[in-house]
Design a protein around this ligand. Structure first.
Ligand SMILES: NC(=O)c1ccc[n+]([C@@H]2O[C@H](COP(=O)([O-])OP(=O)(O)OC[C@H]3O[C@@H](n4cnc5c(N)ncnc54)[C@H](O)[C@@H]3O)[C@@H](O)[C@H]2O)c1
Length: 399
């Protein structure tokens, strides 16, 4: 084992993921020696060549710079971890098919790495975790307190695609189980974040989950309003604008649309599981948000013989202007349409898939065009007269 800190100031486990890689690049750009450790050999090869494996605005030029000046090392060898002062954990924390957190998988990965790390390092959890996971991890590492380990939690709160900007702008929550862990994690994140907010461990775990559940519930409210307004024969976008105009108490209401992706639903369900499935608002939000694709299909069925309809879905990523299709509701929409017998076309501006067609081809082939994601490239896109358009965001224009 190398001595901690001899080679790296920080090593990031899951360092080539959506959370780990922008963080690694940002730390390296602030003059820290960083190792991005990951099991993905494919991404390691790509990133070593200076290419981002996914869209993160502004990341690629900085990546090239920190590779060239030697501040960032990409590694698939866990032996490298021992040479870092701090170990940051940024691997995924998924839920299973019954929406329960897969905490054991997370713990087993860290347990498997134990031979490469030591209690002279600070272990900083960056992944979003099920309540009490940090304590469990501390207990596992310290053998229930027999050894002194330094474990901190510094949750990630950025919006995917804009990490490079937000990492330098957002306050950082910091919690830890020892004074050393709290101080070192605070000092480390103080290199990039304008403000460190010290909180207790439970407060940090809940603040992260509550923030995502809050957002998910906000989307559910606006989606439910959309469904009510549409059924009432009104244009929800006009209702929303009228609500917000000069009226501060309503100005936070988001536009209606698919609330998807790898975090919001998952984290709301982690909270639901923690609260003994009594988080009724969380479950209701899931039913509303996950129900939106059904609502859209049922509405189309009122005007079309769906079994004969050709329907195009514009936008397969889980949100605008990124290429990440993880847990995107566009696929659920496509599935429901296909169950009903429709011929379905998919298109996306950024996500690559050999089955996708261009937006022009999709528009040409489809009787109904659904804008599932408001990519900038769809703004003002002309849809010929005679084709039905479902556009919750009001981005395309009918000729
Ligand atoms: N994506 C977001 O916008 C976002 C925002 C805030 C928090 N989070 C949370 O951050 C965590 C990571 O999410 P993500 O979106 O970056 O996931 P991701 O799948 O993009 O990245 C995880 C990375 O971990 C790597 N990995 C998996 N097993 C490993 C192992 N045994 N050793 C080393 N590397 C391993 C994967 O190859 C991958 O590169 C999750 O807990 C998530 O909930 C994500």
């Amino acid at each position: 084992m190398a001595d901690p800190g001899t080679k790296y100031d920080a090593a990031i486990v899951g360092g080539l993921g959506h959370v780990g890689l922008p963080l690694a690049i940002t730390f390296a750009d602030k003059g820290l020696r960083v190792c991005a450790y990951d099991i993905s050999k494919e991404h390691a090869e790509l990133v070593r060549r200076g290419a981002m494996p996914f869209i993160e605005y502004g990341a690629e030029p900085v990546l090239k710079k920190v590779l060239a000046n030697g501040m960032l090392t990409i590694s698939t060898d866990p032996n490298e971890l021992s040479a870092a002062k701090h170990i940051i954990i940024a691997i995924g924390t998924p839920v299973d098919e019954y929406l329960n957190p897969k905490t054991r998988q997370f713990m087993e990965i860290i347990s498997g790495l134990k031979k490469h790390i030591s209690n002279s390092q600070t272990i900083i959890i960056r992944s979003t975790v099920y309540p009490n996971t940090c304590r469990q991890l501390y207990n596992m590492l310290s053998q229930n307190g027999k050894e002194e380990w330094h474990v901190a939690y510094c949750p990630e709160r950025i919006v995917q695609g804009h990490s490079m900007k937000e990492l330098l702008e957002l306050p950082q929550l910091v919690a830890g189980f020892s004074e050393k862990a709290i101080k070192e994690a605070g000092d480390l994140f103080g290199r990039i974040s304008p403000k460190i907010i010290h909180v207790a461990m439970g407060e940090a775990e809940l603040a992260k989950l509550f923030a995502n559940a809050w957002r998910y519930i906000q989307f559910a409210v606006t989606n439910q309003f959309y469904m009510i307004a549409h059924s009432f024969g009104t244009d929800y976008n006009k209702v929303r604008k009228a609500m917000m105009d000069g009226y501060k108490r309503a100005e936070a209401i988001p536009t209606a649309g698919f609330a998807a992706g790898p975090c919001l639903l998952k984290d709301t369900m982690q909270l639901a599981a923690y609260s003994g499935n009594s988080f009724l608002l969380g479950h209701t939000a899931m039913m509303v948000n996950e129900g939106l694709p059904h609502f859209i299909v049922e509405d189309i069925k009122k005007r079309h013989d769906i079994a004969k309809a050709k329907v195009g879905i514009l936008g397969m990523a889980f949100k605008a202007d990124i290429d990440d299709v993880r847990d995107s509701l566009s696929f659920k929409l496509g599935k429901i349409l296909r169950f009903n017998g429709a011929k379905v076309y998919y298109s996306d501006e950024y996500a690559k898939n050999p089955d996708f067609v261009t937006k022009e081809e999709l528009i040409k082939q489809s009787d109904v065009v659904i804008v599932a994601v408001p990519h900038s490239a769809y703004k003002g896109l002309a849809i010929p007269k005679g084709k039905e358009v479902v556009d919750l965001w009001d981005v395309v224009k009918q000729e």
